[in-house]
Design a binder for this molecule. Structure first.
Ligand SMILES: Nc1ccn([C@@H]2O[C@H](COP(=O)(O)OP(=O)(O)OP(=O)(O)O)[C@@H](O)[C@H]2O)c(=O)n1
Ligand SMILES: C[C@](O)(CO)[C@H](O)COP(=O)(O)O
Length: 239
C-alpha cells in the first residue's frame, strides 16, 4: 500500500461478478444491452469522464464467460480484476485487496454496483462533497416513499412498519480504503448486504446523501425497461 498522502484520491470499485438470478436472463444483467451499450459500460463511461476519479477497478467472476476486451475499449483509467467472490461483499473485499499496490490507506473508495447504470455526475459530486468534512463515509440513498408492510409466509399483513427516517440504500457507497477493507474482512461471514452495513458494525455512522430514482438497481426483468426510460428522459432533458 502507498503511504498516506495529504491529498486523498478517489477510486471506483465496481462489483460485476453477480449471476443475476432474479433477472432470469441467460446473460448476467450487467452485460445486457441498454440504450446502445452494455449496462456495465454506463457507469464506467461516467467515472472515466470525471476528472475527480483516479482509477476504476471492475471485479468480475474468475471464470467470467461474458467479459470481452472491448468492454473497456477507449478507457484509460479502468482495469479488470478476475477475483469475484460468492457474495457481493466477497467480490468487493477481493477487489480492495487487488488494489493494494496503487491505493493509499486514506484514499476514498467509491463502490458502485455494475447493475446501476443510471448514476450521474450530479449524484457523485453530491456524495464526494458530503464526505469532505467527516470520516465515517457516505452513501447515496432515497427516503422511502411508500407505506411499509411486513407479511407472513402466506402474504397476509402482520405489521405496518413506520417509515419515518427509513431510506433505501443505493450506490456509490464511499469509504476510506483501509477502514473499508478492515470492516469487510472483519464481518464478511456476517454477510453485510452493503459496505455501509459492515462499517456500521464497526461503530461508524455513514452519512446518507440523496440519490435518485434513475439510480435504481436492475434486479428484475421489468427494471431494464424502467431504467432505460429514466436514462433516456434525463438525456432528453439535458439536450
Ligand atoms: N457474488 C457477487 C454478487 C453480486 N455482485 C455484484 O453486485 C451488484 C449488485 O448485486 P445484485 O443485484 O444482488 O446482483 P446479482 O447477484 O447479480 O443478482 P441476484 O441476487 O438476482 O442473483 C451487481 O453489480 C453484481 O454484479 C458481485 O460482484 N458478486
Ligand atoms: C448494495 C445495494 O445495491 C444497496 O441497495 C444492494 O444491497 C445490493 O443488492 P443485494 O441484493 O443486497 O446484493
Amino acid at each position: 500500500m502507498l503511504e498516506c498522502s495529504s491529498m486523498p484520491r478517489y477510486h471506483v470499485l465496481i462489483p460485476c461478478a453477480g449471476h443475476g438470478a432474479r433477472m432470469q436472463s441467460g446473460t448476467p444483467k450487467q452485460y445486457l444491452m441498454l440504450n446502445g451499450k452494455p449496462v456495465l459500460r454506463h457507469a464506467i463511461d461516467l467515472f472515466e469522464a470525471m476528472r475527480e476519479i483516479t482509477s476504476i477497478v471492475v471485479v468480475v467472476a474468475e471464470k467470467d464467460a461474458y467479459w470481452g476486451a472491448d468492454l473497456l475499449a477507449d478507457c484509460y483509467k479502468s482495469r479488470i480484476a478476475h477475483c469475484g467472490g460468492d457474495t457481493r461483499a466477497a467480490s468487493v473485499l477481493n477487489g480492495l485487496r487487488a488494489m493494494v499496490e496503487f491505493v493509499a490507506a486514506d484514499d476514498w473508495i467509491l463502490v458502485h454496483d455494475a447493475a446501476r447504470p443510471g448514476i450521474d455526475r450530479q449524484m457523485v459530486e453530491r456524495l464526494i462533497n458530503a464526505v469532505s468534512d467527516q470520516e465515517s463515509g457516505a452513501l447515496l440513498a432515497l427516503p422511502l416513499a411508500d407505506t411499509l408492510k411486513r407479511a407472513d409466509d402466506h402474504t397476509a399483513v402482520t405489521e405496518t412498519i413506520p417509515r419515518d427516517k427509513l431510506w433505501q440504500a443505493q450506490t456509490p457507497q464511499m469509504f476510506r480504503y483501509a477502514a473499508l477493507q478492515q470492516a469487510l474482512s472483519t464481518y464478511l461471514q456476517r454477510h453485510p448486504t452493503d459496505e455501509a452495513q459492515a462499517m456500521e458494525w464497526m461503530g461508524h455512522q455513514p452519512k446518507l446523501v440523496l440519490g435518485d430514482l434513475k439510480n435504481m438497481k436492475i434486479t428484475y426483468p421489468h427494471d431494464l425497461t424502467v431504467v432505460a426510460a429514466l436514462i433516456q428522459a434525463a438525456q432528453n432533458q439535458n439536450s
